[in-house]
Design a protein around this ligand. Structure first.
Ligand code: AVJ
Length: 318
């Protein structure tokens, strides 16, 4: 999920989809802006810092699991599959899999062509003999994979608990789309963060050093930078709450006083205590994960966790 941002995020380059999501998200109740907009250059840097925080266990835990299980995964799926990664593959987890799975090809899929090209270039230096076919596409919809990998069985790779950003409805849609994209005989290796005590979960999203707060607040700064906004960022505070009913961490930006501001020339008002919902991070127990996979058209065949049961990695077949 760590993304090498290319452009500088100047106002002239505002993405029309960002504009539309922000304007409609601020107009709706409850206010909500999709989490994907966190990742401009600054947001990607801050996310990288989050992954090193003592409180943020997911990245280091999943990386350790993948290192431990990689040869077992290869035994189960067989060598020579085409590895298809959903996301641009700029994390440190991709090389772990590519090193041991001995794939016939590597196909990273990402909606941002810039991220995709940058991370593929970095990986190509490390794996000069591996054919790589980056695909610029929205992986929420079924994708036609490059003809060069048509005859190889596929191993889908979706690490990072990125699926946790989606509601279960969106997540099952995505799993079905992945199944359709990967075709007959495909397998899927996917990471999902587990449900655990709120006093472990909440600090992971509200760290003592304030990095996650800066990450969340950067969304407002990005709005000001790219959408000609005048949001008074200092009047907002980062909030992370565990929603036990929906088994998810929610991040919000809460107005600490009444505020008026404009974005893209449109006026908005918030009262003290009003929030903008900026992220969901759903957590799945092992059974929940299996049910989610089955609902998405996949049959779970193996699962692994760390010694503390913090994070789950699942292997499923189409
Ligand atoms: C990249 C979506 C997996 O939900 O844990 C980290 C993003 N947000 N801290 C997560 C995130 C706040 C992260 N994912």
């Amino acid at each position: 999920m760590l993304k090498p941002e290319i452009e500088d995020g100047q106002a002239s380059l505002a993405d029309p989809a960002f504009r539309a999501d922000v304007v409609s998200g601020l107009a709706r109740r409850p206010r909500a802006i999709p989490a994907r907009w966190f990742y401009d250059r600054r947001g990607s840097e801050l996310f990288e810092q989050i992954t090193d925080l003592p409180e943020y266990y997911p990245t280091r835990t999943e990386t350790a699991i993948l290192e431990t299980i990689c040869s077992e995964v290869t035994e189960r799926v067989g060598k020579g599959r085409a590895v298809v990664e959903f996301g641009s593959g700029s994390s440190t987890k991709t090389p772990i899999l590519l090193r041991c799975a001995d794939p016939s090809a590597y196909v990273p899929i990402d909606i941002s062509g810039d991220f995709l090209r940058a991370s593929t270039r970095v990986l190509a230096e490390r794996f000069p003999d591996l054919s790589m076919y980056p695909v610029e596409a929205d992986f929420m919809r079924p994708i036609a994979l490059p003809a060069a990998v048509a005859d190889s069985p596929k191993l889908g790779f979706f690490p990072g608990s990125t699926i946790g950003n989606m509601t279960p409805l969106m997540a099952t849609d995505l799993l079905r789309a992945m199944r359709a994209s990967l075709g007959e005989g495909a397998m899927l290796l996917i990471g999902m963060d587990r449900i655990k005590a709120a006093d472990v979960l909440v600090p992971a999203y509200d760290d003592a050093a304030g990095v996650t707060a800066a990450f969340n607040l950067n969304l407002l700064e990005r709005i000001n930078r790219e959408l000609c906004g005048d949001v008074p960022v200092a009047a907002f505070r980062h909030k992370a709450v565990w929603n036990d009913d929906r088994a998810r961490i929610e991040m919000h930006l809460e107005a600490t006083r009444d505020v008026d501001f404009t974005v893209d020339g449109r006026p908005f008002a918030m009262a003290a205590g009003d929030t903008i919902h900026t992220e969901n991070s759903h957590k799945y127990g092992a059974r929940d994960a299996r049910i989610l996979l089955r609902a998405g058209g996949w049959t779970p065949v193996a699962e692994w966790t760390d010694p503390d049961g913090l994070f789950g990695v699942y292997l499923a077949e189409a």
